[in-house]
Design a protein around this ligand. Sequence first.
Ligand code: DVN
Length: 252
Amino acid sequence: IAIICGVTAQNNSHSFRNVVMERCEEYLQKNSHVTRNNDCKIIWAAFEQAYIGKDPCDVSPEAYDPLIRSVKQDAVCNSMLFWSKTKQMAHAFTAKRNCLVTLEDTLLGFMSDGLTWCSKNKSKETFTTGCPGWSDCQNNPVRSFWLKASINFAATACGNVSVMLNGSLETPFSNSSIFGSVEVKNLDPNKVKGLTVLLVTKDTDVTTCRHPSFPNLQTSLNPNIPYNCREVPYSRVEGCISDPEIPCRSCL
Ligand code: DVN
């Protein structure tokens, strides 16, 4: 049994490395302007050192600092899109259009989106199952990664930025979401010209830009960053996802 477990764990280590490396290479192939200065082997080494050999509840966000530094990718001003409770829609939109870019469309986010990973105290292995869930303990490798990646994405944002929020929810903005608790607070007023909420609403929705959760957002936002909210019909977003010929400016 020990041998079988050993083999399984080994394969796990290698397969996680392979997935991350393959995604990294694929991204650099498809985004040739990012290729320069990035080396997937160096990036992987920095990724791995953040969590290997550590208790899976004792990986701090700062452990990913070397990984963040190893990825060389400039922010694209005026096109950064945050999202909260709209993951699927936001990504379906940016997959078809270059006018907006989410964290998961950057090399760092693309490599890790949807993955689970952890190691163990004094272990050299990576596990992709049996890892702590998002809320099981605070300093787990996956949550700390997304926290650090989100801080970095927000702190490097520039120009006019937007966030896609879900108008079908009773409360479209939550102070405790990553967007509300991390990203809003890390926007730099020296670089960010404004934040626009794109509240995606269906005909039957009652939530509007006048929702009482939005003053909470404005309170968290640096007062030198102008705030704006726009209700965007879901049908228009859907139309733009299915017809890439519609110009971006008519979509949102
Ligand atoms: O702007 C985006 C993007 O930049 C990202 O890094 O953070 C922002 C989105 O985070 P959010 O504002 O917390 O939005 P959500 O929709 O509440 O959560 C986004 C994702 O974080 C979820 O889809 C979860 O990822 P998963 O499990 O689908 O891979 C994860 N997440 C957040 N809070 C969670 C959670 N997963 C489980 N339990 C929680 N409490």
